[in-house]
Write a protein that binds this ligand. Structure first.
Ligand code: UGA
Length: 423
């Protein structure tokens, strides 16, 4: 099948590369010329495990990037993978979705045969039907018998996106149009996963509800963890006992600093906003966010108990990315922690295996180190903020510290004298 993908961000690029790997001919469309050039040279603009190798094996053969929307005419299916960033009030900004839909519509004017437009971006329920569909149809001058619409949410985790694309738990295809749904389903031929067919709006809600539920599991574990810490018990032991109940399952129960990234905070806020607009009081979702906002300050409180005055003290920070195996620092809990340290006059020495460069853009005033050892040298305390596995191997490096105050925000260290944020 010939597939065009609009938006070369992490969802669009990973999907484009993986669809090419499934045997399709793929055109990736992005308005950013630099991104297009980088992709055509086989260089992914983001770090994602296995992506570089997979991209290089397909680019120039069955995968090509371009900034020309007109080229989507030669495809059978267009997937919209553009961003839906948050507006200041927490609702989703749909302006990029709207402009992409208009450009897709204009390009489809020239198309004679049936075409399918599928939305992959995370959008508030109702968006495909009330915004994408009328915009594409208006600009194409066609009616719904010529263009089919589908909502096909993605469930990719950053850092594991290629693996998740190829081995999904499920593929959700939302549409009221069977031909359009069949087209999208055939794009995934070769992948062994249950197909869930729903209506358009239900598919959009499945994505929001999935992210909100996962975020709730994390905030739940953190709240239980905060109580466990007071009781002197280990929340990881508790959650192991809880998670073995198959109705709960063991995943996403790791207590710590809380969730960050470009998805959970934004999507839970958008769902809260949507609920309020529907006159539903989202008590639980608001609490999920509240626990998550308070959690990073817990590690600062523990530090202040152990090192009374941190002014002019060297505080090593290990981990800047919002989670391991990515260079993404969006909504990273590290930003809140570092800002709290800097505002108290601490001298922060930070190290992340991948995210030094991206964090420097947000927080240029702190010291960035080339290794954990460099950050730990002469440090008065260390805070571990991201669950990078290499931190688990640290041992004699802690001897480089001026004083051995080790606080773990992610349960990743193996040394005996590390204090946990909620264990
Ligand atoms: C999340 C979802 O997991 C994906 O299914 C979804 O497709 C994606 O959002 C999206 O909407 O595009 P992602 O943001 O890449 O994926 O990251 P996660 O692996 O879900 O981690 C999110 C945050 O939760 C991280 O900061 C991580 O450190 C934290 N976390 C995760 C915990 O604090 N505890 C856990 O047990 C698990």
């Amino acid at each position: 099948m010939r597939i065009s993908i609009v938006g070369g961000g992490y969802v669009g690029l990973v999907s484009a590369t993986c669809f090419a790997d499934l045997g399709h001919s793929v055109i990736l469309i992005d308005i950013d010329e630099d991104k297009v050039d980088a992709i055509n040279c086989g260089k992914p603009p983001i770090y994602e495990k296995c992506l570089m190798e997979l991209l290089s094996s397909h680019v120039g053969r069955d995968l090509r990037a371009t900034s020309d929307y007109g080229s989507l005419v030669s495809s059978d299916l267009t997937l919209i993978c553009v961003g839906t960033p948050p507006l200041p009030d927490g609702s989703a900004d749909l302006s990029i979705i709207e402009s992409a839909s208009a450009l897709i519509g204009c390009a489809l004017k020239e198309k004679e045969t049936y075409h399918v437009v599928a939305v992959k971006s995370t959008v508030p329920p109702g968006t495909t039907q009330n915004l994408v569909m009328p915009t594409v149809l208006k600009h194409s001058g066609k009616n719904a018998s010529k263009i089919g619409f589908v909502m096909n949410p993605e469930f990719l985790r950053e850092g594991l996106a290629v693996q998740d694309f190829m081995n999904p738990d499920r593929i959700v295809i939302g549409s009221s149009n069977e031909l359009a749904s069949d087209t999208v389903e055939s794009a995934y031929r070769g992948i062994d996963a249950p197909i869930v067919r729903t209506g358009l709006i239900a598919a959009e809600m499945i994505k929001y509800a999935s992210n909100a539920f996962l975020a709730t599991k994390i905030s739940f574990s953190n709240e239980i963890g905060n109580v466990c810490k007071k009781l002197g018990i280990d929340v990881y032991e508790v959650m192991k006992g809880v998670g073995l109940d198959h109705r709960i399952n063991p995943y996403f129960l790791n207590a710590g600093l809380g969730f960050g990234g470009s998805c959970f905070p934004k999507d839970v806020s958008a769902l809260i906003h949507l609920a309020e607009r529907m006159n539903v009081n989202p008590v639980l979702l608001r609490s999920v966010i509240e626990v998550n906002e308070q959690q990073p300050m817990k590690i600062v409180e523990i530090l202040l108990k152990r090192v009374e005055d941190i002014k002019d003290k060297r505080i090593a920070v290990l981990g800047l990315a919002f989670k391991n195996d990515t260079d993404d620092v969006r909504e990273s809990r590290s930003v809140l922690v570092i800002m709290a340290l800097v505002s108290r006059g601490a001298l922060v020495a930070a190290y992340d295996p991948k995210a030094n460069v991206s964090m420097r853009v947000i927080l240029p005033e702190i010291e960035y180190c080339e290794s954990a050892s460099q950050a730990l040298t002469d440090a008065d305390a260390v805070l571990v903020l991201t669950e990078w596995s290499e931190f688990g191997d640290l041992d004699k490096e802690f001897d480089l510290m001026r004083s051995r105050v080790i606080i773990d925000g992610r349960r990743v260290l193996s040394c005996k004298d590390a204090e946990g944020i909620c264990w």
